[in-house]
Design a protein around this ligand. Structure first.
Ligand code: BV8
Length: 225
């Protein structure tokens, strides 16, 4: 049975009103990466990092899936073979659209992690440096997201899916962050068909055998149909 592995990035959620990172006016233009998405940045100013993620958590909670998320959920439901979504996104829009097999390699805004005892729980809408861990009581709560220099989640499982993929589709990512940006090469080495669906060519466009450009809410349903 044909297995499809789909990588998504911030671009698939752009039309749901969630900012991307590297587009004009994107999240990184408002904050320096090293101040809000690195362990050092969190140690230096946990209040700033909590404010950055609390604002995104509340925004994501209001966002609704768009036609691209819905099309992928339909594909997962109707495709006779395996469909796995590997997302770099920390919003819950794939699940809100009805997808079930979603691997959040960079974590989720809805998750909280205790830097002291590694306990995980559902994050309150607003987290601050005074947020305590319900398990150990320490004030060491952090967003359960993967920062630069930290190992992404589910890597072993993801690499297995890439080995088994017959089709690899990359949607809404600039291909600038690793190891996600290397997945297309992994898939190609296994002989998979590689497809890029994006607003414009990404840093890794040359690695794809098929490319369709335009807003995700248009090109993804067209491709799924
Ligand atoms: C690791 C946190 C090792 C959560 C994020 C030099 C070379 C290679 C690698 C490195 C290097 N120097 C450092 C590294 C490693 C580093 C890295 O890749 N750095 C980059 C900047 C060079 N990577 C890491 O540190 C990773 N970890 O390597 O660990 C290790 C090994 C062992 C033990 C310990 C450690 C961790 C990376 C994860 C970082 N965390 N986010 C959060 O805040 O969200 S990354 C961040 O970027 C988000 O997760 C985001 O999803 C991700 C990727 O960005 P995109 O999703 O692609 O978003 P972007 O804005 O860039 O692009 C949007 C795209 O959408 C554009 O192409 C645009 O055209 C398109 N678009 C816009 N609108 C639409 C659209 N498409 C369709 N429709 C639209 N409407």
């Amino acid at each position: 049975m044909t297995k499809i592995v789909i990588l998504t990035g911030a671009g698939i959620s752009a039309e749901s009103g969630l900012g991307t990172f590297r587009d004009e006016g994107g999240l990184w233009s408002q904050h320096k990466i090293e101040n809000v998405a690195t362990p050092d940045g969190f140690s230096r100013d946990p209040g700033l990092v909590h404010r950055f993620y609390s604002a995104r958590r509340q925004q994501a909670a209001q966002a609704v899936p768009n036609a691209a998320h819905a099309a992928l959920a339909r594909l997962e439901r109707d495709w006779p073979g395996d469909v796995v979504i590997v997302t770099q996104n920390v919003d819950g829009l794939h699940e809100a659209a009805g997808a079930h097999r979603v691997l959040h390699m960079h974590g989720t805004l809805s998750g909280a992690l205790c830097a002291n005892c590694q306990h995980r729980w559902t994050a309150p809408p607003e987290m601050t440096p005074d947020t305590t861990c319900p398990a150990c009581g320490a004030r060491t709560a952090r967003p359960d997201v993967v920062w630069f220099g930290e190992l992404p989640y589910h890597m072993d499982e993801i690499l297995t899916h890439l080995e088994e993929a017959d089709i690899f589709v990359s949607i809404g990512t600039s291909g600038q962050v690793y190891p996600a940006a290397s997945f297309v090469q992994e898939a190609r080495m296994q002989g998979a068909e590689t497809i890029e669906l994006n607003l414009e060519p990404s840093e890794i466009s040359d690695a794809f055998t098929q490319r369709h450009y335009g807003p995700a809410s248009e090109v993804v349903p067209q491709w799924v149909a």
